[in-house]
Write a protein that binds this ligand. Structure first.
Ligand SMILES: NC(=O)c1ccc[n+]([C@@H]2O[C@H](COP(=O)([O-])OP(=O)(O)OC[C@H]3O[C@@H](n4cnc5c(N)ncnc54)[C@H](OP(=O)(O)O)[C@@H]3O)[C@@H](O)[C@H]2O)c1
Length: 253
């Protein structure tokens, strides 16, 4: 494998990853950390998993990981989250908006509470976190990466609110890339089927989805993390793009 020219580029950088205690967020934190970055692991309910991850990473390299708590549904939590990270690190080089709530909202049953939750975590919080992080990202010529979804462009049945929120996040990615250039690059990644929801998914639906994927399998959290690393470290001339990491699903369905 060819070594990237800038393989030490992340050393000393601080990256805030939302929803990073488990699953894809934890893989992003682990891969960026392995590439030399220091990581601020945001969590909401998963305190134990966040602490365990930070402890593991700090054992590998001391003072290289910290945890930060916040409910992304609460505006009052957002700016303090960024300030708390800065108070401990003095800098911020990247913000990865990964946290998300995800569940079906069949038409006729949708509540305002569900709208606020799905739009809050998937669209509103990423925007206001970006805004709060701006002064610090400007200082470091930093990077924003939003984790979108292939279903932001093609609807998943019964997930209209989630899909609309992710579609908004896609547009936000392009809009912020324009507004924040040339100082800050803003990109997105649209995962396909990577991990089934923690709440479970019937096997027959899983099989149907796999059948639609040209590569005939689900992806791994590390596939998303590798794309984050690429956009952050190896793509200085890429901004305003949303990279699909979906085993070809978006061309196959
Ligand atoms: N899994 C997939 O195959 C797939 C496919 C397409 C797109 N994606 C996208 O990829 C990203 C990661 O996916 P995932 O499946 O790993 O995510 P996930 O496990 O469903 O959620 C990630 C984290 O989001 C946090 N979160 C949710 N609501 C929150 C709130 N109100 N405040 C603060 N944190 C909140 C939770 O943190 P706590 O546990 O600490 O509460 C949760 O662990 C998401 O943006 C998702 O939409 C995933």
């Amino acid at each position: 494998m060819v070594e990237p020219k800038n393989k030490d580029a992340l050393e000393g950088c601080w990256v805030l990853i939302t929803g990073a205690a488990k699953r894809i967020g934890a893989a992003i934190a682990t891969v960026l950390h392995g590439a030399g970055a220091n990581v601020a692991i945001h969590y909401f309910a998963s305190a134990e998993a966040a602490d365990a991850l930070a402890t593991r990473l700090n054992t590998e390299r001391s003072d290289s990981a910290l945890t930060v708590h916040g409910n992304l549904r609460k505006m009052a939590d957002l700016e303090p989250m960024i300030k708390e990270v800065i108070a401990q690190t003095g800098r911020l080089n990247a913000l990865i908006n990964n946290a998300s709530s995800f569940y079906p909202t069949p038409l006729g049953t949708i509540t305002e509470e569900q709208w606020d939750d799905l739009v809050g975590s998937n669209l509103k919080a990423p925007l206001f976190l970006c805004q709060a992080a701006l002064p610090y990202l400007r200082e470091t010529s930093g990077v924003i990466i939003n984790i979108v979804d292939v279903h932001s462009q093609r609807p998943l049945k019964n997930y209209s609110v989630y899909g609309a929120a992710k579609a908004g996040l896609g547009m936000l990615t392009r809009a912020l890339a324009k507004d924040l250039s040339p100082e800050i690059r803003v990109n997105g990644i649209s995962p396909g089927a990577i991990l089934w929801p923690e709440s479970g998914m019937p096997e027959r639906i899983q099989d149907k989805i796999i059948e639609q994927i040209p590569l005939k399998r689900a992806g791994e959290p590390e596939d998303i993390a590798a794309a984050v690393l690429f956009l952050m470290r190896d793509a200085p001339y890429i901004t305003g793009q949303i990279l699909k990491v979906d085993g070809g699903r978006s061309i196959g369905w």
